[in-house]
Write a protein that binds this ligand. Structure first.
Ligand code: H2U
Ligand code: ZN
Length: 346
């Protein structure tokens, strides 16, 4: 009997300082053979009703330019406002603490083509998206009121995406959001103790093991984290210590683009259907200070479990106790690795 393969156990997430319960005895095999090809109508390359397509009007009447590459604009329904009053504490110590929060929300179109996705774009086009992410992080991060830049994408109606046009979002906030703050804390503490980065050491251990690697590029590696919660959750970690996209050279950005494309394309092969997800990048705080403990990385959180329609819910014990999964990270990684290796260069 192998505990990690056969018996109920808990795994530790050192980035968030939390545990996940794993129950591999409930299903020894992740792949049960179900393939439900989703009969989705093929999206057209241009949709006159799409608020993200070039030349079309958005809510409020602003018209998109006839853009030919990437395109970024201020979110017409921004969750944060740039000129809210500076963060004064409404109550700093009591049980009902609050403070004002300033921020900027933007939408990024990856391509003028309505019918593409990160999986369908070529690597050069995704590299242009990476360059825009880097430029946006630098521009927004330089603002006095901004302490953190969160880049993310919701893909698919199941994850709340409002439109199939390939796009993501940026929320730049005054304070570190809760999850980034926990990662910041964990990386600093590890660096203070060991003099090396948490994710650098973690990646070295994963590469030595190999069981959870999905795709290893020249500069970035995709893997299913040992502590993954979602069935097919992945992370992309850089081989070199760098806290922000701006620190990457052109070759590294190109490799990051290629690894993102491979991961996205591998997902679409798991159930032979567009795989929904939320993905995003975690970068160092933009307070102008050096952050030697920080290592830039991406997370993909995909909800699907057994087919294109059967998803995992985080409910019950998971809301009240801690997250739980059945299929092991190793089984999920084997399936994703097989899918990633069949993706052709583009
Ligand atoms: P999602 O698909 O992840 O919801 O992202 C789309 C964003 O686009 C969403 O945040 C914004 C929504 O507020 N939006 C505009 O800014 N203008 C529009 O005309 C429609 C949607
Ligand atoms: Zn469109």
């Amino acid at each position: 009997m192998d505990v990690l393969r056969d018996l109920p156990h808990r795994r530790y997430n050192p980035l968030l300082d939390e545990w996940v319960l794993v129950s591999p005895h409930r299903t020894q095999r992740p792949w049960q053979g179900q393939v439900e090809a989703v009969a989705g109508a093929m999206a057209p390359p241009y949709d006159p009703a799409c608020y993200l397509c070039p030349g079309n009007a958005r809510a409020g009447g602003v018209r998109n330019p006839a853009y030919t590459g990437t395109f970024v604009f201020d979110n017409d329904f921004a969750a944060l406002l740039p000129d809210a009053p500076a963060a004064h504490q409404l109550d700093a110590t009591g049980l009902m603490r609050a403070h004002a929060e300033r921020g900027i929300c933007r939408v990024i179109c990856y391509s003028p083509r309505h019918d593409l996705s990160l999986a369908a774009l070529d690597t050069a086009s995704i590299a242009a998206v990476v360059d825009l992410w880097a430029a946006q992080t630098a521009e927004l991060g330089a603002r006095e009121a901004i302490g953190s830049v969160q880049i993310f994408e919701n893909r698919g109606a199941m994850m709340g995406a409002s439109n199939p046009h390939p796009h993501g979002q940026i929320w730049a906030t005054e304070h570190l959001p809760t999850i980034v703050a926990r990662e910041d804390q964990a990386q600093r503490a590890y660096h203070a103790t060991h003099g090396r980065t948490l994710l650098g050491d973690y990646l070295a251990a994963e590469e030595a093991d190999g069981a959870r690697i999905v795709w290893a590029g020249a500069s970035f590696v995709a893997l299913v984290p040992f502590w993954a919660v979602w069935p097919f959750e992945t992370m992309i970690i850089g081989r070199r210590v760098a806290g922000t996209l701006s620190a990457l050279d052109a070759a590294e950005r190109h490799d990051l683009a290629e690894v993102i494309r491979r991961v996205a394309a591998a997902y679409d092969r798991v159930f032979e259907a567009p795989f929904p997800y939320s993905m995003g990048l975690h970068q160092q705080p933009c307070d102008g200070a050096a952050h030697p403990a920080w290592q830039l990385h991406a997370h993909f959180f995909p909800p699907l479990l057994r087919s294109a329609t059967v998803r995992k819910f985080l409910v019950g014990f998971e809301l009240l106790g801690e997250p739980q999964r059945d299929i092991t990270a190793e089984h999920a990684a084997a399936r994703l690795r097989e899918c990633a290796s069949s993706v052709v260069p583009a």
